[in-house]
Design a protein around this ligand. Structure first.
Ligand SMILES: [Zn+2]
Length: 303
């Protein structure tokens, strides 16, 4: 599945991605510290080798957004993941919500995560996926300052990246003010292409566990649309090892991999590899001219 340098451009790329939260998410995002919740986090490390075995069987590379906390708690499996050619991206230190941090602490959290990932993998990540989905005022500046090339929770487009704006403003009396387009790339993310809403039963938070066959129908239909209509685009699925690593869901992932591999011109790739190619083909000035709505340059700014 690793393309040779002169391989033709794929018709559609598939990025299978993971937020490798393990225990970090329960106290921080959910306020739960009970034994059952924390041990559900542990399952995210326990089940990871199954996922790695499945990906090795199909020669598929993925992207694992990993809190520093996870990397230090489970260095062996995180190291194995990196050694097998998967991307290790940044996902905070302990899954902190950046919108609740001041700029100084946000930078500190990014640095703690970087230090932990570098210690375990020996590599510096170029990609970041926001813990939770709350962007906050400083994320773009902080990520650019630390040399990241992309962030992985943009819902403005579904099957193409965009360049992220910084400093949008709004009120209930004035036209929407679009901020400046930056060099930071936003990779598509949508809850409907994530395992959480379908499979994550948390007492008091959610009460639905769907059959994998129903979820396959949704994900496969989204993939088919992207394949037919979005040349050069990217189909992103967002998983969590503690959720997708359960038996019935792993079977779903394998069925989908087999289905997508059956389509000519589909390439499974790490998100950072896709971003590198996309950025070279879409410099920011060209992209702004071709995407005035996403760039915010076509808006009427006065009444
Ligand atoms: Zn997460």
């Amino acid at each position: 599945m690793n393309p040779t340098p002169d391989a033709p451009e794929p018709r559609l790329s598939v990025c299978l991605t993971f937020d490798w939260d393990t225990m970090s998410i329960w106290p921080t995002a959910r306020g739960l510290t009970d034994r059952l919740s924390m041990s559900r986090g542990e399952f995210g490390a326990y089940s990871a080798p199954r996922i790695l075995d499945l990906f090795a069987k199909h020669d598929v590379k993925g992207s694992f957004f990993t809190p520093g906390f996870t990397a230090l708690a489970y260095p062996d499996v995180v190291k194995r993941t990196a050694l097998e050619g998967h991307e290790i991206g940044h996902h905070g230190w302990m899954h902190e919500n950046p919108a609740k941090l001041d700029a100084e602490r946000e930078l500190e959290v990014i640095d703690l995560g970087l230090k932990a990932l570098e210690k375990v993998t020996g590599e510096t990540p170029s990609g970041y996926r926001l813990p939770g989905t709350d962007f906050g005022a400083n994320v773009v500046d902080v990520l650019l300052e630390r040399g990241f090339t992309y962030e992985g929770t943009s819902a403005a487009s579904d099957f193409y990246p965009c360049y992220l704006r910084n400093g949008d403003k709004w009120s209930d009396t004035e036209p929407y003010v679009f901020g400046e387009v930056t060099e930071l790339i936003g990779m598509p993310f949508n809850w409907s292409l994530c395992d959480v809403p379908y499979f994550e039963f948390v007492p008091g938070w959610s009460n639905l566990v769907m059959p994998p066959s129903a979820v396959r129908e949704i994900w496969q239909t989204e993939f088919d649309y992207a394949y037919e209509n979005c040349p050069g685009g990217v189909f992103v699925l967002a998983f969590h090892p503690e959720i997708i690593g359960r038996a019935s869901r792993l079977r779903l992932v394998e069925e989908l991999i087999e289905y997508m591999k059956g389509k000519a011109g589909v390439r499974f790739e790490r998100m950072d590899d896709y971003v590198t190619r996309w950025r070279a083909a879409n410099p920011v000035v060209k992209w702004k001219a071709e995407n005035p709505m996403l760039a915010g340059t076509s808006a009427i700014t006065t009444l």
